[in-house]
Design a protein around this ligand. Structure first.
Ligand SMILES: [Zn+2]
Ligand SMILES: [Zn+2]
Length: 268
């Protein structure tokens, strides 16, 4: 890899995973992005895109990783309980998740990882795993991480990763209040890559307002306003087929703007 960042989109589907012939191109796995940034292994969200062995190529010899979770809606954590590195004694992981509803990061994950929903809790991990509240930000080696609170039912965290003059903003599960949300535009200004929620069409939005997701038209306007060098839409509606996404994509009027494909890689 030649860039500061190597980014691989592992899960783009929002709400629920889907499968079948009509989602081969954009994929059916839920939210997960692998990032190698200045030598650090960072994973954004732990949806079903985290499952499988693709993580191996993102782990250097150190077997260290940082998992940044936006929130604990199940489409963002479904892949966590069976993530193989958690059961590898040679691995070290730091998990970041904002305290919500009085539950810290570990307690939120334990809510999923406890009987009868799941047989074992976080105590079964063999790796050394730390749980943290991301607060306003922190650093992972040379990578600076900043956060912004999203507009989403129950809350969600928007992350900005910066290193070596490049930056990535991950803004999924975000319902902007307008086409020009000042706080977000300031936060994402000039980023190298913006991964932005665009789940709904304007027609969908008449019945989905308040569900916590953006529209394609609104997110295209925001992408233009914040001056992101490149924007990719994420959190595709589970009911949207490849053919429908291609048709919606053809209507986008921002150069390079597209709906993320599962397995797609970007080097910054
Ligand atoms: Zn979601
Ligand atoms: Zn959500």
């Amino acid at each position: 890899m030649d860039g500061i960042f190597r980014i691989k989109l592992m899960g783009l589907r929002g709400t629920m995973p889907v499968h079948g012939e009509d989602c081969r191109l954009f994929g059916g796995a839920t939210s997960c992005v692998f990032v190698q940034a200045a030598g650090e292994t960072v994973i954004l969200d732990a949806g079903t895109g985290l499952s499988g062995n693709a993580y191996r190529e993102f782990f250097g010899g150190s077997k260290r990783f940082s998992l940044l979770l936006t929130h604990s809606h199940v489409d963002h954590i479904m892949g966590f309980p069976a993530f193989p590195p958690l059961f590898d004694p040679a691995c070290e992981g730091e998990v970041y998740l904002e305290t919500r509803a009085g539950l810290d990061a570990r307690a939120q994950l334990e809510a999923l990882m406890s009987p009868p929903l799941w047989p074992v809790g976080t105590g079964a991990f063999k790796a050394r795993v730390g749980f943290h509240d991301p607060g306003e930000g922190f650093s992972i080696g040379p990578v600076r991480v900043d956060t912004l609170e999203s507009r989403h039912p129950g809350g969600s965290t928007i992350y900005r990763l910066g290193a070596g003059g490049k930056s990535l903003v991950y803004a999924t599960d975000y319902e902007p209040e307008s086409d020009a949300p000042e706080d977000f535009i300031r936060f994402a200004e000039g980023c190298s890559l913006l991964l932005l929620d665009a789940q709904y069409t304007d027609e969908d939005y008449r019945r989905t307002k308040g569900f916590g997701h953006s529209t394609i038209a609104r997110s295209a306007a925001i992408a233009r306003r914040c001056g992101a060098k490149q924007t990719i839409f994420v959190h595709h509606d589970p009911g949207r087929t490849d053919a429908q996404l291609l048709e919606l994509e053809a209507g986008l009027d921002v150069p390079g703007l597209h709906f993320g494909r599962e397995g797609e890689e970007v080097i910054l």
